[in-house]
Design a protein around this ligand. Structure first.
Ligand SMILES: *Cc1c(COP(=O)(O)O)cnc(C)c1O
Length: 324
């Protein structure tokens, strides 16, 4: 394993007091529907509205003084950018975020409001990455990637420690899956404390880069496509160093959702749980509602973020079929 459970415990101490320890709440409606206790990890209540600030804060605080003085750069579909911007501002570090033009306007504004500089470049994360590479080479800034970095994975893993603390008998954990930083950290944390627990990764059918890579046995290029789960877009990197192997070795099962399933997850969150959740954050709910995962034993669903365009959210919960 590229990281040990001890790295997650160290991350927890480093970020304590700087990110929220989010609550775990029982879902009465899913408990009735599934016939097992189902609880929701309310991580959309995290500062910046998603778990990404855990990894970002851990990674920024782990930099040397020299690195902090030169600043950080990142590529982001939105939530990672928000996390980096917040973490950098709190630590008094300069931050530039590069992103593709597919990123929704609410996310761009959110990042600017957190004090970071934003550069919009091209229609894919890979193109934005080239600009980042130049800033690293020319200005000595440090690039912090959204998932494939030990400090990022360890930071996301702190969420897994909290799950087992609050639900010690957990048997199934549903986790949104894109680049795999979240699920790798959560799986390592949960299994280190509760080896019998089953970790299930949930992605969208449109452009599930990690799942296609797992099937191929190595990281593959996957075309980025617009989806309601926009925070799950993007590749895993053909040179993936950490998350591909961790997901392959630690994740027990993966499932993919249609756009209609994702919309149902968002609707379920609102009408039954009274929570506003973005598409990517609602895929665990969507998987249970669609019957695509059979929950065995006490089950925890990670609600990973809430940063959705509110006009889109309003249309979805009103019953519209939305093509993105
Ligand atoms: C980034 C993100 C994910 C996926 O995390 P990975 O570490 O890339 O797998 C899931 N949900 C939300 C809300 C996100 O922002």
């Amino acid at each position: 394993m590229p990281i040990e459970p001890s790295a997650i415990h160290a991350a927890r101490e480093r970020i304590a007091g700087r990110v929220r320890r989010t609550p775990l709440g029982a879902s009465r409606s899913l408990t009735e529907r599934c016939g097992v206790p189902v609880a929701l990890k309310l991580e959309h209540q995290q500062v910046t509205g998603s778990f990404k600030v855990r990894g970002a804060t851990n990674a920024v605080l782990a930099l040397s003084d020299e690195q902090k003085a030169r600043g950080i750069v990142g590529v982001s579909t939105g939530n990672h950018g928000r996390g980096l911007a917040h973490a950098a501002k709190e630590a008094g570090v300069r931050c530039i975020i590069c992103m593709s033009s597919l990123v929704p306007a609410n996310k761009v504004e959110g990042i600017k409001a957190l004090g970071a500089e934003v550069r919009i470049v091209g229609a894919s994360q890979d193109e934005a990455q080239e600009v980042v590479d130049r800033l690293v080479a020319d200005e000595g800034m440090t690039m912090l990637p959204p998932f494939d970095h030990p400090d990022i994975i360890a930071g996301q893993g702190t969420l897994g420690l909290e799950i087992v603390e609050d639900q010690p008998d957990v048997e199934t954990v549903l986790v949104p899956l894109s680049g795999g930083g979240l699920i790798a950290g959560v799986a390592l944390a949960v299994k280190s404390l509760r080896p019998s627990a089953r970790i299930v990764g949930v992605s969208m059918e449109r452009g599930a880069a990690m799942i296609q890579s797992l099937r191929a046995g190595a990281p593959v290029f996957v075309q980025e496509v617009a989806t309601l789960a926009d925070s799950l877009g993007g590749g895993i990197g053909l040179q993936n160093q950490h998350t591909f192997a961790m997901v392959r070795d630690l994740v027990d099962e993966t499932v993919t959702l249609t756009e209609a399933d994702i919309a149902e997850g968002i609707r379920h969150a609102y009408w039954h749980e009274m929570e506003i959740i973005e598409g990517s954050g609602a895929v665990g709910l969507g998987a249970l509602v669609a019957g695509k995962v059979r929950p065995i034993g006490p089950t925890v669903v990670v609600l990973s973020g809430r940063n959705i365009d509110m006009t889109l959210h309003h249309r979805l919960i009103s019953g519209d079929t939305v093509e993105v």
